[in-house]
Design a binder for this molecule. Structure first.
Ligand code: ATP
Ligand code: MG
Length: 657
């Protein structure tokens, strides 16, 4: 099936060895140690994960079974064990004498700050746990959390975990409509929200959206717990609505952690919806927690002296695993910020990093590109010398942005962990272990120990590394942290992830990838994003990378447009660094085409280039390529664009504005 294989056109040859200084203190140091762990996992897969689970989790009742594969793809891990996730995140650190360790260093956009130690956080969690119980929330009941980036969002998630309720966090940027769909799908009994959130100097009317959602349905909801945050005016429904702080004052902090089965659903999280109707991804308790802990240690190399900061919102999986659970479970000190990264100026993140002494910093390529566009002077104003490790997630990072992050933010001394994973996998799957694996800009490098990632063709056969062909990214074995089903829709779970290859169960990630001669993984994009130009199949990512490498380009998105002769022609949407008015756009189009031809070859030369002020992105910052494909083909836009940050950009991209 040669015409079905994907070609890789862009080559990136730079290699960055592990800095000696970093390796010296790293938990996993040197390739040998990484390979040794990976080998152990390959030789005795269950034994490897069982040992990790015994070491890293404090069990209420130890497990004796490891992986139960009797009913694929409904896998179970550690099924006869019981535990409490909140106990693992809070109590055990306090019992070990670390109750006074700062857990959360929070800062709000207006400049207000609040800090919580582990002991203080446990008090909050206990009180809210008791309050939820007083509203009849029992083990297995669902609670929807619709909150801004305040410490209480983490408290709410942990309180649910403490009493065995299953939470579903809905990103605070979602509309009343999106909220309603999710509340109804989950069948929530209680909604925890705030009067409003604060972002970009504006108030986000959260409570108002909850009222709207509840007025239109959501009959299962009995109570709405409201945190006062923005102090905006809100409506009040007596009997249903209660103030967060009032109930906290009333409750005792003493709330025994409820032991739950390893497979008990800790939470439901709806995927960002980049590729269609959001799926309610269901995560387990023990397996999920285990992935969060091992990746915090292996990938973030987290230690006692670290100040860790993940800039994601708690509404995304990254905010679940790498804010609410992972850092807590390993007893880390973390920074949390509510607000826009450019208020009062584009140096805000670097100013917080300086003041808190951030050592490990984790963000998304879209944020890196946005801040890069603002210029070096902003990071250069701040002392970022405490940073020792940087990370990215969410999209492939183009080499130009990688280099900027590495040099300007990391001072050339911090490894970058480019972490490939998904809502569905629960924790990192492919990422450098920073003390062990040399880096290549734009590659997420190698799978974590115990992750059997592969690139395969349509038949499920491995595509040889170094063959310059791409294929489907799969996991050959189920990992402990991965999803257990789609909420209320087992069939969709089977169809979406496990049905692609006849006669074998392999997890289909939905991304295409290639591996180079060193076995390094390069993500090429979503399976749907592949373009076929005159029989050459390419990932859009590579063309985008080439465009972004041009001085004048800030961001680019590339899609295929149906073409009678070539199959697809290449359509590029480009956002410039400076003002469009200052440019001779026709000359620039030609320059960009020549540039792509130089970087990749004539085959990747964009046929059409359209300039705009912004790209259409989901609220989680991902480019909506499906929408761009519609626009490129000149079809009418019928997609739901309500999750777009700025609906005006659509007219611009259509060439109408
Ligand atoms: P939906 O599944 O609803 O379309 P989504 O896939 O955008 O939404 P997420 O689970 O948040 O929702 O994103 C996971 C996807 O993000 C991956 O499948 C991959 O396409 C992309 N991704 C994440 N991390 C990386 C990375 N380090 N490199 C390349 N791509 C990444
Ligand atoms: Mg996805």
């Amino acid at each position: 099936m040669t015409d079905e294989t994907l070609e890789t056109v862009l080559t990136e040859n730079r290699v960055f060895e592990v800095p000696a200084e970093f390796a010296e203190h790293a938990r996993i140091a040197g390739m040998e140690q990484y390979l040794d762990m990976a080998r152990q996992a390959t030789q005795d897969y269950e034994g490897f994960w069982a040992e990790q689970a015994r070491q890293e989790i404090t069990w209420s009742k130890p497990f004796s079974q490891v992986l139960d594969e009797s009913n694929p793809p409904f896998y179970k891990w550690f099924a006869d064990g019981t535990l409490n996730v909140s106990y693992n995140c809070l109590d055990r650190h306090i019992e070990a004498g670390n109750g006074d360790r700062p857990a959360i260093l929070w800062e709000g956009e207006p400049g207000d700050t609040r800090n919580f130690t582990y002991a203080e956080l446990l008090e909050e969690v206990g009180k809210l746990g008791n309050a939820l119980k007083s509203y009849g929330v029992e083990k297995g009941d669902r609670v929807v959390i619709y909150m801004p980036m305040v410490p209480e969002a983490v408290v709410a998630m942990q309180a649910c975990a403490r009493i065995g309720a299953t939470h579903s966090v809905v990103f605070g940027g979602f509309s009343a409509e999106a909220l309603k769909d999710r509340i109804e799908d989950a069948g929530a009994k209680v909604v925890i929200t705030a009067d409003g959130g604060i972002r970009g100097g504006k108030t986000v009317a959260l409570k108002k959206n909850v009222d709207r959602a509840l007025n239109e349905g959501c009959d299962t909801v009995e109570h709405v717990v409201v945190l006062q945050r923005a102090e905006n005016e809100i409506d009040w429904t007596e009997g249903r609505d209660v103030w967060f702080r009032e109930i906290m004052e009333r409750e005792s902090a003493d709330c025994a952690p409820e032991p739950v089965e390893a497979e008990h659903p800790l939470f439901i999280l709806y995927t960002s919806g980049s590729t269609g109707k959001p799926k309610g991804v269901v995560h387990s308790s023990a397996g999920y927690l285990l992935g969060a802990i091992t990746s915090m240690k292996w990938v973030f190399d987290i230690g006692e002296d670290d100040v860790y900061w993940c800039t994601a919102d708690v509404g995304w999986i990254t905010g679940h695993t790498y804010i609410a659970y992972g850092p807590m479970a390993v007893g880390a000190t973390q920074v949390m910020y509510e607000g826009a990264p450019t208020v009062p100026d584009p140096g805000r993140l670097w100013s917080i990093a300086e003041r808190t002494g951030t050592t490990v910093f984790y963000t998304a390529p879209t944020a890196i590109r946005a801040l890069m566009k603002q210029g070096d002077e902003w990071p250069n104003k701040h002392d970022l010398s405490k940073l020792r490790l940087l990370g990215t997630v969410g999209e492939p990072i183009n080499p130009a942005a990688w280099m900027w992050y590495y040099q300007v933010i990391g001072g050339g001394r911090c490894p970058i962990v480019d972490t490939w994973w998904q809502t569905e996998t629960g924790s990192h799957m492919i990422s450098p272990l920073p003390g062990a694996v040399p880096l290549k800009p734009g590659s997420c490098t190698l799978p974590l120990p115990g992750v059997m990632a592969d690139v395969v063709d349509e038949e499920g056969n491995t595509v040889e590394p170094g063959s310059h062909h791409g294929g489907l990214l799969v996991l050959r074995r189920p990992v402990p942290s991965m999803l257990r089903t789609v909420w209320g829709d087992d069939q969709r779970y089977i169809d979406t992830y496990w049905s692609h290859f006849p006669d074998q169960y392999m997890y289909l990630a939905g991304d295409s990838a290639t591996r180079d001669e060193d076995g390094y993984f390069w993500i090429l994009g979503r399976i749907d994003d592949v373009i076929n130009v005159s029989g050459h199949r390419m990932g859009t990512m590579e063309v985008e990378s080439a465009l972004v490498a041009h001085d004048k380009v800030a961001e680019a998105a590339v899609v295929g447009r149906p073409d009678e002769v070539k199959g697809n022609s290449i359509f590029a949407f480009v956002i410039l660094q400076g003002k469009r008015e200052d440019e001779d756009l026709e000359a620039l189009r030609e320059a960009l085409r020549a540039h792509v031809t130089d970087e990749i070859g004539a085959i990747a030369r964009p046929d059409e280039i359209r300039f705009a002020d912004a790209l259409p992105k989901t609220r989680s910052g991902k480019i909506m390529r499906r929408l761009l494909r519609t626009i490129a083909s000149g079809e009418e836009v019928t997609q739901d664009i309500s999750t777009l940050e700025d609906e005006n950009v659509v007219r611009q991209l259509q060439g109408k504005a």
